[in-house]
Design a binder for this molecule. Structure first.
Ligand code: SAM
Length: 240
């Protein structure tokens, strides 16, 4: 069995007991069938990851005790993902992959051609927590409220570069742009219908925005998210 990792939404301290939620207790007892004295790895999104053992093990109420620190808290590089939600399963995929690929913040944006408007922040958060547990992040991405394209750009902090993936191939290649990428930055991917002409015109006028092209083939939105974040991490981020 692989390591069991859990996100604990409270500060962990060595030797201090921590009560798990009923849902986490059920998961450990009924799904993972953990035993007394079995080591678990818990992180709190603020101080790091700890080795923990159960001191009370019950499917309704489990208490852990952290016995030592395994790894300190490390934040991923300051790159955000901005994406226009697509169908439910593909949006789940985007949240999971963006978490694994080290997005520090994830912002859903409503553009002219965004189809899915049933955006559930709690679902996004649950997906990102599961992905962070699985991929050994010690931090969680911040999930923002959904924002309209116009508002996003109007309130933009100009010190953060906005790299928008432009399927009209007007931008420079990803290899060129991301080899010289600065942080803080954000990567934005449009919806299945692409950005509208007006949205592209707005982006082209913005001093803080830069068009990026991901090659000759038009990628699905979720593929573009994975491709852009992977290229950024490889060329400018923590894959180096
Ligand atoms: N409807 C558009 C079309 O047919 O031209 C395609 C939109 S694409 C499915 C969804 C998003 O992925 C785009 O808005 C863009 O942000 C990104 N994307 C896909 N392929 C791309 C490429 N080759 N270069 C840059 N961005 C791309």
């Amino acid at each position: 069995m692989g390591q069991i990792r859990l996100y604990i939404p409270q500060r962990l301290n060595i030797d201090e007991p921590v009560d798990l939620s009923e849902q986490q207790s059920h998961y450990l007892c009924n799904v993972m069938k953990i035993k007394e004295n079995q080591i678990l790895y818990c992180f709190d999104n603020q101080s790091g990851e700890y080795r923990c053992v159960p001191v009370v093990l019950n499917k309704k109420h489990t208490v852990l005790r952290s016995i030592s620190m395994e790894r300190p808290y490390i934040q991923v590089p300051d790159v955000w993902l901005i994406f226009a939600p697509v169908k439910k399963d593909n949006t789940d995929f985007i949240i999971q992959k963006a978490t694994e690929l080290g997005a520090r913040r994830i912002i859903p944006v409503l553009t002219r051609y965004t189809i899915s408007e049933r955006i559930k922040k709690e679902r996004f958060e649950a997906n990102s927590i599961e992905a962070a547990e699985q991929c050994r992040r010690t931090d969680l991405p911040e999930i923002s409220e959904v924002v309209k394209f116009v508002d996003l750009l109007q309130k933009w902090d100009k010190k953060r570069i906005l790299y928008y993936m432009d399927e009209t191939l007007a931008g420079d290649t990803v290899a060129k742009v991301f080899a010289q990428a600065d942080v803080p930055c954000a990567i934005m991917v449009g919806p299945e219908g692409g950005f509208s002409t007006e949205e592209l015109a707005t982006l082209r006028k913005a001093s803080f925005a830069k068009a990026v092209n991901l090659g000759q083939r038009i990628l699905r939105a979720e593929t573009a998210v994975v491709a852009a974040l992977s290229c950024w991490q490889a060329l400018s981020g923590d894959w180096q």
